[in-house]
Design a protein around this ligand. Structure first.
Ligand code: C2O
Ligand code: CU
Ligand code: CU
Length: 549
């Protein structure tokens, strides 16, 4: 069967995500080729440079410390390949790295010294890793220029792609944007089994994709950016726009990190003739799902990760498959609401989706406001070309069981309401903004809580992240149509909600209920952060301390 035929079948097959094996859903919408914009500068045939793929040194080079100490030198980086001007320089066994991808195993001790060679304070946070407060980076004061900070912890997390980035309150967004972040891969038995079953080799058939939208090297957020988030008009994948990857007729794994300050992507694949093509969702933020899901697309917000397979084994040499971000309503609805009109009491009566009349016009004219150049959030853009160059003999079956995910027992859980809103010029959680040393959320060690995170209608999507714990999404209520269309169960969840998560996007008008088990392996009180991972919102104070007593 030709790939076009096959793609067509796949396109008809799914709108959201289906379990495998399973019945395809009937076609509910046409493939989104028709709304392709004229300025999609990365459409077929225009991609020219090979995708940057991390190697054994250099930017994002793969480094397995195996218990050996490392020094991360936060510093300006001159003359680099990518768009970045700062990074974590590391020397290890004669090789030089910037932002090394740390390859770790469960149980392994990690010893890392951070050295601050910047002109401003910094501190590193290990996003998704279960560490104590001292090692978490966020509740301790950042270190001054010239100072060092020692991290010592054991790897306690399951296999996944985590990441690290600065967390000095108020300075996080600029430092991350300038390039100060790297990946962490924890390899466990589930990981090894998957790689063995599909013959996946990191750097060859397993490729990391780091998405970041950019608008120049300098981070100079305006008030407008601080309200909405910093959006760029060029979407970089591994540090460049419009790259291509030469591929063979086999299955590829892509591990995707959204490292953008604020932008959400609606990722999907299409063939050169515009047909949507399915991919297989393997995992989310904190590791593999129980089993694979067939998906047509997935939303990925700031700091979220997805782990996917793209099956090119029936493709023809000469075919091109495109990774794209599809059009969606970014729902920056706060534009329509003067701050004074926001009424949190109304949220307590929020039981039904907003009526059509109560919905404000969707897309504010960002360009007219001098915001983010010409590419507002929710725009359609081709991100990467996969060019089939070689036919090889490859036969492999995707395992039906990837991992085991035991549901958190919520029988005795206390429910904690958390409201996301905007007042007096600031984004807030339960009407509060961050203050260092304050912990408005106090939880009991070893307790299970459910958190009902409710986002006001006249709001924006907020990518809510919790430090120190992985959580499970139990339910989504009153989701906007573009999200409800992708739900995979009667609790309104998306396929990307089915694994362990540390960040969850909550849309305007939506309520998301999550379960958290506050069992902790560390003695004594511990403090973590709960915040929006839109980095401008985080720096602006949309963050609360969480004390575990
Ligand atoms: Cu990825 Cu508090 O952050
Ligand atoms: Cu984090
Ligand atoms: Cu936010």
């Amino acid at each position: 069967m030709s790939m076009r035929r096959r793609n067509l079948l796949k396109a008809l097959g799914v709108l959201g995500c289906a379990s495998i094996p399973g019945r395809w859903l009937p076609a509910l919408a046409a493939a989104p080729a028709a709304d392709r914009v004229a300025d999609d500068y990365c459409a077929v045939n225009s991609g020219s440079r090979p995708l940057f793929v991390p190697a054994g040194d250099g930017w994002f080079g793969r480094l397995a410390p195996d218990g050996a100490p490392l020094t991360l030198r936060a510093s300006p980086i001159a003359g680099t390949v990518g768009p970045w001007t700062q990074g974590f320089a590391v020397e290890h066994r004669g090789a030089r790295f910037v932002n090394p991808t740390l390859i770790l195993k469960p149980g392994e001790p990690v010893r890392i010294d951070l050295e601050n060679a910047l002109q401003e304070p910094t501190i590193v946070h290990w996003h998704g890793l279960t560490v104590d407060t001292r090692n978490d980076g966020a509740a301790t004061p950042p270190i001054a220029p010239g100072r060092r900070y020692s991290y010592t912890f054991d790897v306690r997390d399951r296999g996944s792609m985590y990441w690290y980035h600065p967390h000095p309150h108020g300075l996080t967004a600029g430092q991350a944007y300038r390039g100060m972040f790297g990946l962490i891969e924890v390899e466990d038995d589930d990981e090894r089994a998957l790689r063995a079953a599909l013959d996946l080799v990191p750097g060859r058939s397993e490729i990391t994709l780091i998405l970041q939208d950019r608008r120049g090297a300098v981070y100079d957020a305006t008030d407008f950016d601080r309200l909405h988030g910093w959006f760029g008009d060029a979407i970089h994948v591994n540090g460049a726009v419009c790259s291509h990857l030469d591929v063979a007729t086999r299955i590829y794994r892509f591990r995707v990190l959204n490292a953008s300050n604020a932008r959400t992507y609606r990722l999907g694949l299409r063939s050169a003739d515009g047909k949507a093509m399915a991919f297989t969702l393997l995992g989310t933020d904190d590791g593999l799902l129980a089993g694979p899901r067939r998906c047509n697309e997935a939303f990925v917000a700031s700091a979220e990760r997805i782990d996917i397979l793209v099956d090119l084994s029936d493709a023809a040499v000469g075919d091109t498959v495109l990774l794209e971000t599809r059009a969606f309503d970014p729902m920056h609805m706060e534009m329509a609401a003067p701050a004074a009109a926001i009424d949190h009491a109304a949220m307590d009566h929020m039981t039904a989706p907003p009526s059509a009349e109560s919905r404000t016009p969707a897309m504010p004219d960002h360009a007219a406001m001098g915001h983010g150049g010409s590419f507002p959030e929710g725009g359609l853009r081709t991100l990467l070309q996969l060019r089939v160059r070689e036919r090889i003999a490859y036969r492999a079956t995707i395992p039906q069981r990837l991992s085991t995910i035991a549901p958190i027992d919520t029988a005795n859980a206390m429910e904690r309401p958390l409201r996301l809103g905007f007042a007096k010029g600031r984004w807030r959680i339960n009407d509060r903004v961050f203050a260092m040393g304050e912990t408005p959320i106090e939880v009991k060690r070893d307790s299970v809580e459910t958190w009902l995170i409710r986002n006001y209608f006249n709001s924006m999507p907020h990518a809510m992240h919790l430090h120190g714990f992985h959580f499970q999404v139990l339910e989504r209520q009153t989701s906007p149509d573009q999200i409800a269309a992708l739900k995979v169960d009667e609790r309104g969840r998306l396929a990307t909600d089915l694994g362990w998560k540390d960040t969850v996007l909550v849309w305007p008008g939506e309520s998301v209920k999550i379960a958290i088990d506050f069992a902790l392996p560390f003695a004594g009180e511990q403090t973590y952060m709960f915040h929006c991972h839109n980095l401008e919102h985080e720096d602006g104070g949309m963050m609360l301390g969480v004390k575990v007593t």
